[in-house]
Design a protein around this ligand. Sequence first.
Ligand code: ATP
Ligand code: MG
Length: 353
Amino acid sequence: MKKRILTGDRPTGKLHLGHYVGSVANRVKLQHKYETFILIADVQALTTNFEHPENLTQYVRDVAIDNLACGLDPEAATICVQSMIPEIAELTVYFSMFTSVASLKRNPTIKAEAKQYGYGENIMYGFLGYPVSQAADITSFRANLVPVGEDQVPVLEQTREIVRKFNSLYEPVLIEPKALVSKVSRLVGTDGAAKMSKSIGNVIELADLPEVLEQKVMKMFTDPGKIYKGDKGHPDKCPVYSYQVAFSTESELDQGMIGRRLESLPDSESGGELKQIRESCLSGKLGCVECKKNLAGTLNRFLSPIRERRKDFEKKQKDVDEILIEGTKKARIETKKTVQLVRNAMKIEYFRG
Ligand code: ATP
Ligand code: MG
C-alpha cells in the first residue's frame, strides 16, 4: 500500500515562489509515489482573515489553480476543501480536550506569527488553536508525510505530540506523521524579511506577469555591504543570491524537473552559472543591477509554463470547481473512516445504530 501525503495552503491569496520551493515542488514530485491529498485550508485562512470572508471563494479557486498549474494532477492527487470536511472540525474539538493552552502559547510558529500580527493578549482562540486544527487535518487523512516549509515544522511537531498523547490515552489508532522539508525550506521575502509571506506582502506570485516580476526583482533588497558596483559582495547575505540558488540551475525549468532540481542544489552550486554568479559577486565584478536582471530572466523562464497552464485553468473555472467537489467527496471517505476509529477509541460511539 502506498504511504500518504497530506499538505496544503491557506487560501489567503495566490501562491508565491516561497510556497513553490517550500512545499509545492515536493507535492508535484511525490504525487505518484504517495497517495496525495492537498487541503485548501479555508477555515484556517479565517484564523487571520475572519473579517474578510468575502475573498475566500476567489482565493480557494486561486490556490487550486496555482497547484494545478504547477503540475498537480487531479487524477493522482486529491484536492479538497477544509470547510466541506466536517470530520476535521470534529477531530479538532476532541484534540482540544487534551492540548494545553501553555503548549500552544509556547509553539514557536504561533509565537512568531502572533507577534507579527500584533495580537498580544487579544489573541483569538482559533488562531491559538491552529496547531490543534492542523493536527486534525493531518491525522484525519492518516497521513505519513507532510511536505512543509521550515516555518511549519514546530506546528508539525505539535501534531506529533498530539498523536502520541491520543494514542497513549485511548488506543493507538492515529499515525504519527513526519515533516518533509525541502532543501530550500524558507525563501526570504523580496524585502529581505525572513520569510516570503502572503500576509506581509513581500512576495512574487506564481501568477505575476513578467513585467510585474521584473519590477519586483529590480526593487529587491541586496547585500547591504555592497554599495557600489565594484564593491566585493557577500552572496550568502544577499536575498537576490538566495533566489539564484533556489532557481538558477542548468536543468530545464519545467515541473517534471522540479524534484531533481531541488535535490541537486548543492551540486549545481559548484556547477556552471551559479558558480559564475557567486564568484563574480565575491570579486566585485558583478553589479547588483545586472545580477537582478539575470534573476528576473531566470524566474520568468521558470514561471512561463506555469503561467500558461494557469491561463488555461482560469478559462475552465467549472472544471476546477468540479475537481474540488469530487476531491472533497473522495477525501471524506477517508476522513469518515478516521473519525469512526477515533470515536471508537474514545468510547463515544453510542446511539449510532
Ligand atoms: P500566510 O502569510 O497567509 O500564512 P503563507 O505565505 O505563510 O501565508 P501558508 O498557506 O501559511 O502561506 O503556507 C503554505 C505552505 O507553504 C506551508 O507549508 C509553508 O511552510 C510554505 N511556505 C510559505 N511561505 C514559505 C516560504 N517563504 N518559504 C518556504 N516555504 C513557505
Ligand atoms: Mg502561513
